[in-house]
Structure formats: structure tokens, C-alpha cells
Design a protein around this ligand. Structure first.
Ligand code: SF4
Length: 330
């Protein structure tokens, strides 16, 4: 069996319940810059951790490319913020179905619980997701299976329906009791986990999509830090607010970005994701948020890959263009 795995308690329990029936499960965790990205670059260590904590075999799949494309125009729309939950689930299930087929797995499991989320875990939405991901009959939700018609996996006798559950709603008590019964104590508290459900971050991402099409993974990762100013056409700059922002911006920026610093005094790191014509605007933004804001002839160094240069900004400098959208990181 192939399981969708988020590391939330429900997905851990779903796997354990099926393992208890003597079936082999391979869990799959999808990551994008919006969720699970902290694992990027340390996938093997993470898989070893999951194996040792829960005895679960895990495969990590980077879904960024497909996800960034999907986010431009999700057929089932967005949730409260910029979260395309229904299409996100359809995408993950479709990919998991293909992997199950490749691996010769009998079916798919998820830790979904009816009624736990306002829209994407409603009974009718669960059916719709199943139909659109072509997983009907293949998909089993062990934690709420008894509230749903039997899947093909139960009808064939592969999975014993009696060993499944009828959990519903937002309460966590039944899951916590089951976790205690199964000896699972180390699991994360339920929290957002997905940055697209954060109103402030969602607005930044939406601004990029609306101004310039599909952004890169680097652009999305830059949006997680500092003060963001959209320049239109998908271009933007970010000014670090503190040391941690500055470090993160330097870590995330790649050779397509311009990195700007004050030349003669300490100040925030600024990253421009855009064309050279926007360097002066980004430099003025940097000045506005530094001790150089009232000084004349401020020198600013920039570099981009192996290229570098210096700008001198004369005073008075133009104020921020009200047409440009500025947002501060949540
Ligand atoms: S909250 Fe985020 S990860 Fe979860 S279904 Fe919605 S878009 Fe996907």
C-alpha cells in the first residue's frame, strides 16, 4: 500500500492501522516551497528519523514544478487564502496513484477524517477528489472508513473493515487515544504547516502570480523573509528586517538575483529579483529602511553571480511609489 504522509498524527495513525493488519506500507511525503521545504537537502536524515520513530518506510518527492504551475489556475479555486486545497489533494493523489502503479501496490491510504477541515474534508468533497484523481476504489481512509462505503480493498478482503475507524469532526481525542494505544507519543501538534494558508504570505504569492505568471522556487523562498515590494511583471525586491532575515536572504538568493548592501555602513541585505533597470529602485528601498535614509550620496554595492558594481544614490530620493505593493513578512 502507498500512504500519503504529512507527519501529522492522522497520517501516522493511518499507516500504523494498516501495518497492524500485516500489510506492507510505503509512505510518500510530497514537498514544495509551501510545505515540507525544511526537509529539502536532508531527505535521507529525515527518512531515517521517521523510520526510527514510527517504523515507517518513507519516500520524499519534490512536487514544486507541478505545484507552482497548478497554483496559477487551480480548476477548483482557492480556499480562504491562496491555498488550492482541493486541487492540491487531487495532484498528490494522482501522483501517489502513479507511484502505486509503478511499485505494484494494491491501493492508497490517507489520514483524512471526515469533517476535520471546513471544505476539503467534507463528505462530498472527498468523493469529488477521489473521482478527479481517479483513485475511486483504490483509496482507503482508515480513520473514517466506517463512515464511508467499503472500498475495493475492503470488499476484496485485503483490508479488514473491522480494524478500521469511524472518526469524524475536528476533535482530536479519538486520535490521541488511538496513538496512546499504539504507543505513539512523539508527534507534532496540529499546526498550519502549509504557508499558503497564512494570509500575509498568501497575499505575497498571489501578488507575484498576478503580476508576472509562474514564479520560480527561489522567488517563493525569498518571499518568506523581510519586507517585500512588488515591482510588477513578476519582479520584486526584499529588504531584510533583522539579522536572521539577512542571513536567510543570502542563503536563498541564487545567481539570478541581485544582492545589494550599503557600501560604507552596516545595513539590511536587499535582494532584487528583476532586471538591472530596477537596481536603483531596490537601492532606494534599501536606503529607506537603513540609517542612510536621510544621507546624501549613499553608496550601494551590488553583485549578481560573478558580476558586481556600485551605485551612488543622491538625495533627496523619491518616496516609495504608491503603485508598488509593499508587504512585511508575517
Ligand atoms: S493546506 Fe496546503 S498542503 Fe494542505 S491541502 Fe491545502 S494547499 Fe495542500
Amino acid at each position: 500500500m502507498v500512504a500519503l504522509f504529512s507527519r501529522g498524527l492522522d497520517s501516522i495513525l493511518a499507516v500504523k492501522v494498516i501495518q497492524q493488519q500485516g500489510l506492507r506500507v510505503r509512505a510518500v511525503k510530497f514537498i514544495t516551497p509551501f510545505f515540507g521545504w525544511e526537509i529539502k537537502g536532508r531527505e535521507q536524515v529525515y527518512c531515517e528519523e521517521i523510520k526510527s520513530l514510527y517504523d515507517i518506510d518513507l519516500t520524499i518527492v519534490d512536487l514544486s514544478r507541478e505545484y507552482l504551475k497548478l497554483l496559477a489556475d487551480p480548476p477548483n479555486g482557492y480556499g480562504k487564502n491562496f491555498n488550492p486545497c482541493v486541487d492540491c489533494k487531487i495532484l498528490m493523489l494522482t501522483r501517489a496513484r502513479e507511484m502505486a502503479h509503478e511499485w505494484g501496490a494494491a491501493g492508497l491510504i490517507t489520514g483524512e477524517v471526515i469533517g476535520q477541515r471546513p471544505f476539503s474534508q467534507r463528505r462530498d468533497t472527498l468523493h469529488r477528489i477521489e473521482n478527479l484523481s481517479e483513485t475511486k476504489g483504490l483509496l482507503l481512509r482508515p480513520l473514517c472508513a466506517k463512515l464511508l462505503p467499503p472500498s475495493r480493498l475492503e470488499e476484496s478482503g485485503l483490508v479488514d473493515r473491522e480494524g478500521l475507524f469511524a472518526f469524524s469532526g475536528r476533535g482530536r481525542k479519538p486520535q490521541m487515544a488511538l496513538a496512546a494505544e499504539l504507543g505513539i507519543s512523539d508527534y507534532p501538534t496540529p499546526a498550519g504547516g502549509c504557508l499558503l494558508t497564512d494570509p500575509g504570505f498568501g497575499l505575497r504569492v498571489r501578488t507575484l502570480y498576478e503580476s508576472g505568471g509562474i514564479p520560480s522556487v527561489t522567488a517563493i523562498n525569498l518571499l518568506k523573509h523581510g519586507r517585500f515590494t512588488s515591482l510588477g511583471n513578476g519582479e520584486f525586491f526584499i529588504v531584510g528586517r533583522h539579522r536572521n532575515d539577512n542571513q536567510e536572504l543570502l542563503r536563498v538568493a541564487d545567481d539570478s538575483c541581485y544582492i545589494l548592501h550599503l557600501a560604507e555602513m552596516p545595513g539590511p541585505v536587499t535582494v532584487l529579483s528583476g532586471q538591472a533597470e530596477q537596481l536603483e529602485t531596490a537601492a532606494a528601498g534599501l536606503c529607506r529602511h537603513s540609517r542612510a535614509k536621510n544621507l546624501e550620496n549613499v553608496k550601494i554595492n551590488w553583485r549578481r553571480g560573478k558580476k558586481s558594481g556600485r551605485l551612488v544614490l543622491a538625495a533627496p530620493r523619491p518616496p516609495a511609489d504608491p503603485g508598488k505593493q509593499q508587504q512585511t513578512a508575517p
